[in-house]
Design a protein around this ligand. Structure first.
Ligand code: PRP
Ligand code: GUN
Ligand code: MG
Length: 180
C-alpha cells in the first residue's frame, strides 16, 4: 500500500543492515576502551539508532533529543526548534550524534553548536544519509552511511508529513505525492 507512492528503492533492508553494521564496527574501533554516549535526533533517526546501537559492542549510553524544522513540507523551514531536550548531562562525555539525514544542514549546525557549548569530551556526527546538493550550512561529518542525490526520500524512520517512517527500506517518494 505504501509502495505505490515510491518511485524507486534506493537502499534495501539488506543494504541498510550491511552498512549499519560496518559503521558500528568503525565506531567500535575508533572508541576502543572508551565509553560513548549516543544521542538520537528524533524522530527521524529512531530506527537507525535502534539498529546501530545493537550493532555496537562498546559500553554505551543513549539519550534522545527532539528537533523539528520540516513540518509537513519537503524543504527546510530554516527554523529549528528543540521540542525535547536531553535528559542527561553530556559534559566530559564522548558524544556521537546519530541522525537519519543531513540535508540543508540547518538542523545539525544548530544542534551541534548547542551541544558543543555543554563541554563534551568529544563530539562526532554519524548520519545514515548525506544529501550534499542542498547544503546551505556547512557541517562536519565523521560517519556517513550513504551519499544520496537531491530527491526527497522516505522510509527507515524518514517521513513525509509523518507517514512512511515504517517502510523497512529507503526510497524516493513520487513527486506527485507532495505536489512536486
Ligand atoms: O539538514 P536539514 O535540512 O536540516 O534536514 C535534516 C533534518 O530533517 C529531518 O527532520 P525533521 O525536521 O523532518 O523532523 P523529524 O525527524 O521528526 O522527521 C531529519 O530527521 C533531520 O533531522
Ligand atoms: N523524509 C525526509 N526528511 C528529510 N529532511 C531533510 N531531507 C529529507 C528527505 O529527503 N526526506
Ligand atoms: Mg521529518
Amino acid at each position: 500500500m505504501l509502495e505505490k507512492d515510491i518511485q524507486e528503492v534506493l537502499f534495501s533492508e539488506e543494504q541498510l543492515k550491511t552498512r549499519v553494521n560496518e559503521i558500528a564496527q568503525e565506531i567500535d574501533r575508533d572508541y576502543a576502551g572508551k565509553e560513548i554516549m549516543l544521542i538520537s535526533v528524533l524522530r527521524g533517526s529512531f530506527i537507525f539508532m535502534a539498529d546501530l546501537c545493537r550493532a555496537i559492542d562498546l559500553d554505551c549510553t543513549l539519550d534522545f533529543m527532539s528537533v523539528s524544522s520540516y513540518g509537513k513540507g519537503t524543504s527546510s523551514s530554516g527554523q529549528v526548534q528543540i521540542t525535547k531536550d536531553l535528559s542527561e548531562d553530556i559534559s566530559g562525555r564522548h558524544i556521537i550524534v546519530v541522525e537519519d539525514i543531513l540535508d540543508s544542514g540547518n538542523t545539525l549546525s544548530y544542534l551541534l553548536k548547542i551541544l558543543e557549548h555543554r563541554h563534551p569530551a568529544s563530539i562526532r556526527l554519524c548520519t545514515l544519509l548525506d544529501k550534499p546538493d542542498r547544503r546551505v550550512k556547512p557541517v562536519e561529518v565523521h560517519y556517513s552511511g550513504f551519499t544520496i542525490p537531491d530527491a526527497f526520500v522516505v522510509g527507515y524512520g524518514l517521513d513525509y508529513a509523518e507517514k512512511y517512517r515504517n517502510l523497512p527500506y529507503i526510497g524516493i517518494l513520487k513527486p506527485e505525492v507532495y505536489g512536486g
